[in-house]
Design a protein around this ligand. Structure first.
Ligand code: APR
Ligand code: MG
Length: 282
């Protein structure tokens, strides 16, 4: 496609996007994040996403999960506030206008969860982050795609992408289809892979070159969701949040691999390297 602009996310681009924290600021300056997810047996995904949001700088961070996750979340993330959204799975919650939502980690696809998430998307119109089971729920009916708020960031891995938009022959075709869909739906598509692509509603493609095969482990994607939601809440534009977020995620993984090896590094180690990444950006 000759009409497409392709870019590599270079360190100097990221340096230009990043804003250091102002000394004259307070928690209200850095926004509110709400991670919605979790179901019995999949609470770890929300733990990781919430911790990644906290470690990426949001001012106030909430985990909205079912009741069975109360202790797990309050103990693992004491800095976050817990909001109950159901008993064993998400099926009821109210939303607030001033929070930025990241939805999907460990959510499950229970029919009541599906109804609640689709109702929420119908009622809500600000940009948000959609991942994992939030995407699987949307994929159940192609009509749901239209209820994704404009300028939202969706973060499918290749399988989730195919569930949403149909099968593609190879990664090149997948990329082309993603450009078409990002334009049609006016959303950002973070097409996760070895080299993750950020595709904008204008059809620009940004390739990320940080990250490594140590990320090929359950839980890595949940961290990205937390980082992106946190950056969006802090006032970065959707485009800048997506570009900065995928770069930070990969860079933290590269630091974790140096310390622990690609084999042994865990998503939690990646979260713990976020500090070193922000130190380098500052
Ligand atoms: N090189 C670089 N980056 C990689 C590599 C690799 N070889 N493999 C994976 N990654 C990165 C991807 O770019 C992405 O950011 O790791 C992350 C993996 O994200 P997901 O595929 O969403 O994986 P996961 O964390 O397991 O998702 C958790 O959500 O998507 C569902 O089915 C999934 O239940 C699982 C849950
Ligand atoms: Mg995932």
């Amino acid at each position: 496609n000759t009409n497409t602009d392709y870019f590599i996310i270079e360190d100097k681009v990221v340096g230009g996007i990043f804003h250091p924290r102002s000394e004259f600021s307070h928690k209200g300056t850095y926004g509110r994040v709400t991670i919605i997810g979790g179901s019995y047996g999949k609470m770890g995904a929300v733990v990781l996403a919430t911790k990644a949001a906290l470690k990426s700088g949001s001012g106030l961070t909430f985990a909205l999960a079912p009741k069975c996750g109360t202790e797990i979340l309050q103990i693992s993330n004491p800095e976050a506030m817990f909001v109950e959204g159901g008993d064993q799975y998400i099926n009821s919650f109210d939303f607030e206008e001033d929070s930025v939502y990241g939805i999907g980690p460990g959510l499950g696809t229970h029919i009541e969860t599906e109804d609640k998430i689709l109702k929420f998307l119908g009622d809500y119109s600000r940009p948000l982050i959609l991942d994992a089971d939030a995407l699987n729920i949307i994929a159940k009916n192609k009509k749901n795609l239209k209820s994704i708020p404009k300028n939202s960031i969706i973060t499918p891995h290749p399988k989730e992408f195919e569930r949403l938009f149909g099968e593609t022959e190879n990664s090149f075709k997948r990329s082309e289809l993603a450009i078409k869909k990002a334009k049609e739906l006016h959303i950002f598509i973070v097409l996760k892979d070895h080299h993750t692509q950020v595709i904008t509603p204008e059809g620009k493609v940004y390739y990320n070159i940080t990250g490594n095969a140590g990320l090929a482990k359950g839980g890595s994607g949940d961290i990205l969701t937390g980082i992106l939601t946190s950056l969006l809440a802090q006032g970065y534009s959707e485009e800048n949040a997506a570009i900065l977020g995928v770069w930070i995620h990969g860079k933290a993984a590269d630091f974790a691999a140096e310390k622990f090896s690609k084999e042994s590094m865990l998503p939690s180690d990646v979260i713990n390297e976020l500090g070193n990444v922000f130190e380098e950006l500052n």
